[in-house]
Design a protein around this ligand. Structure first.
Ligand SMILES: [Zn+2]
Length: 106
């Protein structure tokens, strides 16, 4: 088995079936893999996850999700340096600032 380190964004994922990497439909890197499938063994659906851009999708979603050529270019990350995207920390997310209008009455 080969381990491919594509950068610092990759975090260990529950790696069932991680041995067969596939192309991510969003960032187009070969860093996606199947992480789950229908538990009843019906092959009714499979769930894929990309360890680079953290996108996940199921094979049964519409082609504008699963077909790279039909996806909205606006959301595509191929060629984008997502390492440069700012990570929001929990302290930033949980702001202590009052929301607009708070304490102002009506
Ligand atoms: Zn990706």
């Amino acid at each position: 088995m080969e381990e491919t380190d594509t950068g610092t964004a990759g975090q260990p994922v529950a790696s069932k079936g991680a041995e067969d990497h596939m192309q991510c439909v969003r960032c187009l890197r070969d860093t996606a893999s199947k992480i789950a499938e229908a538990p009843d063994k019906s092959h009714g659906w499979e769930l894929y996850f990309c360890t680079y851009c953290h996108y996940s999708w199921r094979n049964i979603e519409p082609d504008y999700i699963t077909d790279i050529g039909k996806r909205d270019p606006w959301g595509q990350l191929d060629g984008k340096d997502i390492e440069a995207v700012k990570t929001i920390t929990e302290s930033e997310y949980r702001t202590t600032k009052e929301g607009p209008g708070a304490g102002n009455g009506r």
